[in-house]
Design a protein around this ligand. Structure first.
Ligand SMILES: O=P(O)(O)OC[C@H]1O[C@@H](O)[C@H](O)[C@@H](O)[C@@H]1O
Length: 369
């Protein structure tokens, strides 16, 4: 049975563009009524409306953000996403210095040109005990991981904190926690829900590619070759110029497409990637998709598609549901990997199913079935 306890106290690891869109969205939808639901797939989810989310803690490593209220930090550089709500009231949560580890590399650092990270050096980094104490003191229900792609150690650090503090963990990035048997088991044993990994945006490159791949399959068209090229100008794309950081991202994004049908493509016939950093695009992400196949009689066909989205609101539209599902899972005493939510919302869940099935399973979960 549903037993919502409001508000949902949310802590953020990383106050970048995706966090900005989420926090703006909470303010935007809190100011409006039920008739202003554009952009949401659920107004009420598990007894929670967007206004029931409250940001109570945040960590970042950029000197322009540390020490500021989250409501101001989200508008600091190098954030560059669309401002769709400029009247975000003070949250009372001041951004704390985060644990650096591999959440930052020289590659993303630079000059004060507003595009790169500026490490808040001189600030004391927190220990696990420090983070756990904050999570406990603030009564955090859900910890959301928004670290840069490639932050393996830093993600593991915060996942450990969530486990110790018994706080639900929502992993928006391609580091395998919710989809890793070992980690998921630890969350289960600790009685803590985990949703992950790697957020699948509202109408993003992955879901469009998956749905079209499924369409080819269901209509009897053999997919021979495909690519998904993505360009953007935010720090995510800047960070991903460092190919070393891309390993799990490539696996996550490629597998999201490969897993749709039983007929896997040879690796040489599928290319899915972040492709280039184009500074002037800022948070605009453009995806170029090509699919080549054979239809009736083996006659060739091809499809070309160009998708242009503001990346971070596209992510926040899903994050706002992931957080509410994590809290609903907690309310129901569920723990470990929350499969219906992970499958519907993530590129790399532990279990992949076609998106229409995932949608039905998610709705059943939300109804409490
Ligand atoms: O468009 P897709 O393939 O769903 O990917 C979306 C998300 O992918 C994540 O890996 C990025 O860090 C997010 O910023 C982005 O929103």
């Amino acid at each position: 049975m549903l037993n919502p306890t409001r508000p949902i106290n949310v802590a953020l690891v990383g106050v970048g563009n995706c966090a900005s869109s989420l926090v703006q969205g909470i303010a935007h939808y809190s100011n409006g009524g039920a008739n202003e639901q554009i952009g949401l797939s659920h107004w009420d989810l598990g007894g929670y409306r967007p206004k029931d989310l409250r940001v109570v803690a945040a960590w970042d490593i950029d000197r322009r953000k540390v020490g500021r209220d989250v409501a101001q930090a989200i508008f600091e550089k190098p954030n560059c996403t669309a401002v769709f709500c400029d009247h975000v009231g003070e949250t009372g949560a001041v951004v704390r210095m985060g644990k650096v580890l591999d959440g930052y590399s020289d590659h993303m650092a630079g000059h004060d040109d507003g595009r790169t990270f500026l490490l808040a050096d001189g600030e004391r980094e927190p220990t696990q005990e420090d983070v756990v104490e904050v999570l406990r003191e603030t009564g955090t229900d859900v910890l959301v991981n928004y670290l840069p792609v490639g932050s393996q150690q830093a993600t593991e650090f915060y996942a450990e904190c969530a486990l110790e503090a018994k706080v639900a963990f929502v992993n928006c990035i391609p580091v395998f926690i919710g989809s890793d048997e070992g980690w998921a088991k630890r969350f289960e044993e600790a009685g803590v829900p985990v949703i992950g990994d790697d957020i699948k945006a509202q109408v993003g490159a992955t879901i469009v590619h998956r749905v079209l791949t499924d369409l080819f399959h269901k209509r009897g068209v053999k997919l021979d070759r495909t690519y998904q090229l993505n360009t953007g100008g935010n720090t995510d794309f800047l960070n991903m110029l460092n190919r070393e950081r891309l390993k799990s991202k490539k696996i996550s994004k490629t597998e999201a497409v490969q897993s749709v049908t039983e007929h896997r493509l040879d690796p040489e016939n599928i290319h899915v990637g972040p492709s280039d950093y184009v500074a002037w695009q800022n948070d605009n992400k453009v995806c170029f998709l090509r699919m080549e196949g054979q239809l009736f009689g083996g006659v060739p066909m091809n499809l070309e598609l160009r998708l242009s989205v503001e990346d971070s609101p596209n992510s926040a539209g899903v994050a706002i549901d992931m957080i509410r599902c994590a809290k609903a899972a907690k309310d129901r005493g569920l723990s470990g990997a929350i499969h219906p939510a992970s499958t519907a919302f993530c590129k790399h869940p532990m279990r992949q199913v076609p998106d229409d099935e995932a949608f039905k399973d998610l709705e059943a979960f939300i109804r409490g079935e």
